[in-house]
Write a protein that binds this ligand. Structure first.
Ligand SMILES: *Cc1c(COP(=O)(O)O)cnc(C)c1O
Length: 375
């Protein structure tokens, strides 16, 4: 059986976890948390870095800043986390279609959705391939709105050589078991600018609405309830595993990119003949090999190929069900037909297995099976 993905195992994982286990510091913001945050600051280029239990939590912290009833523009073809974060903070989710090539939010469509009520635009870097960040930065600047990057899949990926996650006003990475760097469940909140008051508010919300971080640093003799908050810290054992994984980020990214390049090479004739459509990676994007996908001709063909690959022991899966096709999307007033590129992506896209421990021979097996299935 070849799985779609499998978490990477880092050399220092076990020693670091053992160390954390016996350190006497089990909760969040311990030594490994500090080291991992420092590393993530270097990786992302963001000034404010807060480790949280998931990217979904990071997005909740980001959208906690929005005024009630304000709008956030985001792609229909994305994971529900950003939409949940907007709903939970009593904002309005405004969906837009994606570009046919990258399947990232279409800048022109997003611009046409911006109104006087828009608080921000949230762009997902799909499969670790950068959005058109120049266009979104320009849109945010011109219209006076915030730019948020859902970089959950994008650690180690770049736009024009600059790290994704640290380019918008706010961003996040996910360390879920299916992502390039993982600690089982985990995430990070990223704030680009050094704006102490905004960052301090996020710190308080994350620490049960208290100024505990000041108490821990010896800046206050006690801590008290200062704002409406929650509990959003990542435990020390998770941070220890995360630190070990972050040390191997470059190797993981290189291996994943190499597997994707091998797929592209092995399937080249099928892309040229038009039998399959491949991934589009714009010149500005430096991807992180998070995933490799093909596009089939129809929903029926995609389902058939998926089933027949599964019967050969190879897990190939579609990706997001567009947000407007779920019950929540319908409740927001959307319907099938509203976002054709997102619908086509759901219907025709199939993700092929990619994980660092995958051997080149396994890529050959997947490609061989795919040729059989398609012939
Ligand atoms: C995985 C993912 C998330 C959620 O990440 P968690 O850490 O599991 O909360 C959000 N957005 C995108 C685009 C993702 O791929």
């Amino acid at each position: 059986m070849i799985p779609l993905s499998r978490p990477h195992t880092a050399v220092n994982e076990e020693p670091y976890i053992r160390d954390a286990l016996h350190s006497g510091h089990a909760h969040g913001d311990g030594p490994y948390s500090g080291k991992a945050a420092e590393r993530l600051r270097a990786i992302s280029g963001a000034d404010g870095v807060l480790l949280v239990p998931s990217a979904s939590h990071a997005l909740e912290l980001i959208f906690w800043n929005m005024p009630e009833g304000a709008e956030v523009v985001m792609p229909a073809y994305t994971f529900p986390s950003a939409a949940n974060a907007v709903c939970r903070n009593r904002g309005r989710v405004v969906l837009c279609d994606v570009e046919p090539g990258t399947l990232n939010l279409d800048p022109a469509a997003a611009a046409s959705c911006v109104t006087a009520e828009t608080w921000g635009v949230c762009a997902t870097h799909n499969a670790g391939v950068a959005c058109d960040m120049d266009a979104f930065t320009e849109l945010a600047r011109k219209r006076g709105i915030l730019l948020i990057e859902d970089a959950a899949q994008a650690i180690g990926a770049t736009h024009s050589g600059r790290a994704l996650g640290g380019l918008g006003d706010f961003g996040c990475y996910s360390f879920h078991g299916t992502k390039n760097i993982s600690c089982g469940e985990g995430g990070v909140f990223l704030q680009r600018a050094s704006d102490e008051s905004t960052l301090d508010l996020a710190r308080r919300r994350r620490e049960k609405g208290t100024n505990r971080h000041q108490f821990e640093r010896g800046e206050a003799t006690c801590y008290s309830w200062e704002t409406c908050g929650s509990s959003m810290l990542l435990a020390e054992i998770n941070c220890a595993q995360l630190m070990a994984q972050l040390e191997e980020l470059d190797a993981v990214t290189a291996r994943r990119n190499s597997l994707c390049a091998t797929y592209a090479e092995r399937l080249d004739d099928l892309f040229i003949s038009g039998r399959l459509t491949g991934m589009h990676v714009p010149a500005y994007a430096g991807p992180n090999g998070h995933g490799f996908h093909i596009r089939l001709r129809s929903l029926d063909e995609r389902r058939d190929v998926q089933d027949r690959m599964a019967s050969r022991g190879i897990a190939c899966l579609p990706h997001y069900v567009p947000l407007h096709l779920g019950s929540m999307g319908k409740e927001l007033g959307y319907a099938y037909g509203d976002f054709p590129e997102s619908e086509r992506a759901w219907e025709t896209l199939l993700r092929l297995p990619v994980f660092p421990a995958m051997a080149d021979e396994q890529v050959d097996i997947v490609c061989g099976a795919l040729r059989e299935v398609l012939s």
